[in-house]
Design a protein around this ligand. Structure first.
Ligand code: GCU
Length: 606
C-alpha cells in the first residue's frame, strides 16, 4: 500500500472508460427482448404481490444509465467505490409508484427523457416449478427492466400492461429491481411528438408480481357467438404451453363443462341464452376456467353489437350513442387514475344522460371498462394513432399494432367496450390507408365481437364525409368543429347535404373552449354562453341526418396540454363541460344533459 493510504486498482489494458461517450447505438441491446401482446397474461381473479409504494428515483436526461450500464454496478457506499460513478441508485430522492413525475415536483413538470426507478424486494420461492412474472400496468413511453443487474426485458407503448418473466434471475432473499422509463415523444412513436394532450412520464399504473404454475392459463374469452341471436356462447382458452388436456368451464351457474385443449388451445360453443347485458340491465355472470392447478375467474356480460345499414344494433335493437369524450388527466395526479376518479367520470356522464364514452386517445386503465360493465355504460377504446404518425414506417406499424392487440387482449371480456378505434384525424395518404386498414384487420383477427372505427377527416375537395378508410370500418367517426374552428355552421349543413353514407356515422368530436365562470355575450369565443348555444345548434343539425347514430362531443373535463398558451387557456384545453377541478360545471353541461334526456325519451329509454 503506497504511503498515505493511496491505493490504485489494477490497470485494465484494453478497457476504454470513455468509449460510452462515442456510442449512439447504446439503446439497441434493449430493443431485442421487447415483450408484447403475445406475452400478456390474464390476471382475472388472480392475486398480485404489489410492488407499489416508495421507490428510489432519478432523472437521466441523457440515458447515462444505459450508456454507462449503471444497472451493473452493485449498490454500495461511495467510500467503497474503486472508480467514480455518476449514479448511486438514486436513494437520495424517492417517488411513489404509480405516479407521473411531472406532477411530483415543479422542476420535473416538463421533463421529457429517461428516468430510473429502483427498489429492493424480498423473494422466497413458493410452489415447486412456479413461474414468476413482473406485471407493469403501464409506463409511458418505453420501459427497460433490470433485475439484479441483468437486463430482463423491455416494452414500448405508454398505455397498456406488460409482463416480464423473472425466472432464473430471481434470488432467494433480497432482489434489486431497476426500471428505466423514457417518455420522449418522437416522430416514429405512437403517438408521435405532436399531440393535444400533456406528455406525462413514469410508471403510472400498478406494479406487481404474479406466481403461476409451470403450465397456466394465459388467456380466456367468453362471448356470445355473433349472429346467434343471443342463444350461443363461445368460450376459448389459451395455455402458456402447447400441451393437450381438458379445461373445465363454469358459466352462468351451469354444471362445469369440459373444454378440450389441443396444443395449448381450445374453444367450445354451448347453447346458452344468458340474460343479455345492456346499459339498462348490465347483467354480469361469474365465469371460471380451470386447467390442472390453475384457475381464472371473471365477471362477464353477454351482449351483441352489430351494424345493419346505417344502424347500430345492440342485442338486435337500434341504439343511438349519446356520448362524451374523456381524457385520462387529473390536475393533481396527471395520468394516474383511481376507482373514485373513474366512478366520478361515469357519474358525470350519467348526469349528462349519456350512455356512451369515448376513452380518448389511448387505452385507459383497465378499471374503466370493468366499472363500465357494472354501471351499464358503452365504451369506445382506441390506440394513439393520432395526427401525423409515421405511416410509412413498418416499425411504427409494429408498435401501433402491438398496442392495439394488447388493448384488445386486456379488455376482450368487457361487455361495455363495443368499438375499437384505430386512429384519430389522420391525413388521407396511401401510407395512412394501408397502415390503418392493417390495424382494422388486426381488430377483426383478434376479436369478431366488436365494431371498428376511427375519427376520420372531411373530404375538403368535395366537402363531404368521404374517407377511403371507411371501407375498412364498421362505423365512420367524424371530428368536426363547425361553430368553433370553422365558425359557420353552414359547413355542417353543406356536409350533411353533400354526404350519403351506407354505414353509421358517429360525431366523434365537436365542441368549443369556454372559461368556467365566464358567461360572455352570445357569439363571444371562450364564453360559456357560446359553448352552450353551439351544443344546441350542433344537435339541431345532427338530429336531421339519418345516418348519424352517435354524438360524442369533445370533452367532459378541461385537461392539460402544452400547446395552448393564451392568457385564458394557460396550458389547458378548455372544451370541457366541466372545469379541470372536475366539479365546476359549465352552462353547456345542463344544455347537453337536457338534449340527451329528450333524445333518450324519444328513443324509449327512460
Ligand atoms: C382534435 C383532437 C383532440 C383535440 C381537439 C381540440 O379533434 O382529436 O385531441 O384536443 O381537436 O382541438 O380541442
Amino acid at each position: 500500500m503506497p504511503a498515505g493510504g493511496w491505493s490504485e486498482p489494477a490497470l485494465q489494458p484494453g478497457h476504454d472508460p470513455f468509449q460510452h461517450l462515442h456510442d449512439e447505438s447504446y439503446a439497441a441491446p434493449f430493443a431485442v427482448d421487447r415483450v408484447g401482446w403475445r406475452d400478456m397474461l390474464s390476471v382475472a381473479g388472480r392475486t398480485l404481490e404489489s410492488l407499489d409504494g416508495d421507490w428510489n428515483f432519478v432523472l437521466d436526461l441523457h440515458d447515462e444509465g444505459l450508456r454507462q450500464r449503471w444497472y451493473e454496478d452493485e449498490p454500495g457506499p461511495i467510500a467503497g467505490w474503486r472508480v467514480p460513478r455518476d449514479y448511486d441508485d438514486g436513494d437520495w430522492q424517492r417517488t411513489a409508484v404509480p405516479s407521473c413525475w411531472n406532477v411530483v415536483r415543479p422542476e420535473w413538470t416538463y421533463f421529457e427523457g429517461g428516468a430510473w426507478y429502483t427498489r429492493a424486494f424480498d423473494f422466497a420461492s413458493g410452489q415447486p416449478g412456479e413461474r414468476v412474472f413482473l406485471r407493469i400496468g403501464a409506463a409511458n413511453y418505453e420501459a427497460r427492466v433490470f433485475l439484479n443487474g441483468v437486463f430482463v426485458g423491455s416494452h414500448r407503448g405508454g398505455s397498456t400492461p406488460f409482463f416480464i418473466e423473472l425466472g432464473p434471475h430471481l434470488r432467494q432473499g433480497q432482489n434489486r429491481l431497476q426500471i428505466h422509463v423514457d417518455n420522449r415523444r418522437r416522430p416514429e412513436r405512437v403517438p408521435m411528438n405532436h399531440t393535444d394532450w400533456f406528455n406525462y412520464g413514469g410508471i403510472y399504473r400498478e406494479v406487481g408480481l404474479l406466481r403461476l404454475p409451470p403450465v397456466f392459463i394465459r388467456d380466456f374469452g367468453a362471448a356470445l357467438v355473433p349472429g346467434s341471436a343471443g342463444k350461443r356462447v363461445a368460450v376459448d382458452v389459451t395455455l402458456s404451453d402447447a400441451v393437450d388436456g381438458v379445461a373445465e368451464v363454469e358459466i352462468a351457474g351451469l354444471a362445469p363443462l369440459d373444454l378440450p385443449v389441443t396444443a395449448g388451445l381450445g374453444r367450445i360453443e354451448i347453447d346458452l341464452a344468458p340474460e343479455l347485458w345492456s346499459p339498462a340491465r348490465p347483467r354480469l355472470y361469474d365465469v371460471g376456467v380451470r386447467f390442472r392447478e390453475d384457475e381464472l375467474r371473471d365477471r362477464v356480460g353477454f351482449r351483441e353489437i352489430a351494424v345493419a345499414g346505417q344502424r347500430i344494433l345492440l342485442n338486435g335493437e337500434d341504439i343511438f350513442l349519446r356520448g362524451i369524450c374523456v381524457h385520462e388527466d387529473d390536475q393533481a395526479l396527471g395520468k394516474v387514475t383511481s376507482e373514485a376518479d373513474i366512478r366520478r367520470r361515469f357519474a358525470d356522464a350519467k348526469a349528462l344522460n349519456a350512455n356512451f364514452l369515448r376513452l380518448s386517445h389511448y387505452p385507459h386503465h383497465e378499471m374503466a371498462a370493468r366499472i363500465a360493465d357494472e354501471e351499464g355504460l358503452l365504451l369506445w377504446q382506441e390506440v394513439p394513432v393520432y395526427w401525423a404518425i409515421d405511416f410509412a414506417s413498418p416499425d411504427t406499424f409494429s408498435d401501433a399494432d402491438n398496442q392495439l392487440r394488447e388493448m384488445i387482449r386486456r379488455d376482450r371480456n368487457r361487455a361495455s367496450v363495443i368499438i375499437w378505434g384505430v386512429g384519430n384525424e389522420n391525413a388521407d395518404t396511401d401510407a395512412r390507408l394501408a397502415f390503418m386498414s392493417g390495424l382494422a384487420a388486426s381488430c377483426r383477427e383478434m376479436d369478431a365481437t366488436r365494431l371498428v372505427s376511427a375519427a376520420c377527416l372531411i373530404n375538403r375537395e368535395h366537402f363531404r364525409i368521404e374517407d377511403r378508410l371507411s371501407d375498412a370500418l364498421d362505423i365512420i367517426g367524424l371530428n368536426e368543429y363547425f361553430g368553433w374552428y370553422e365558425p359557420s355552421l353552414d359547413g355542417l349543413r353543406r356536409l350533411f347535404a353533400n354526404s350519403d353514407l351506407d354505414k353509421p356515422l358517429i360525431i366523434t368530436e365537436t365542441g368549443a373552449d369556454a372559461v368556467a365562470g365566464h358567461d360572455g355575450a352570445p357569439g363571444e369565443l371562450f364564453g360559456e354562453t357560446h359553448q352552450s348555444q353551439l351544443y344546441d345548434r350542433q344537435l339541431d343539425l345532427v338530429e336531421s341526418a339519418p345516418y348519424v347514430r352517435g354524438f360524442c362531443p369533445w370533452v367532459l373535463y378541461d385537461f392539460r396540454t402544452e400547446r395552448r398558451q393564451t392568457g385564458l387557456q394557460r396550458g389547458y384545453n378548455l372544451k370541457g363541460l366541466i372545469a379541470a377541478d372536475k366539479t365546476t360545471r359549465k352552462k353547456a353541461f345542463a344544455t347537453l344533459s337536457a338534449r340527451y334526456a329528450e333524445l333518450a325519451q324519444r328513443q324509449g329509454e327512460t
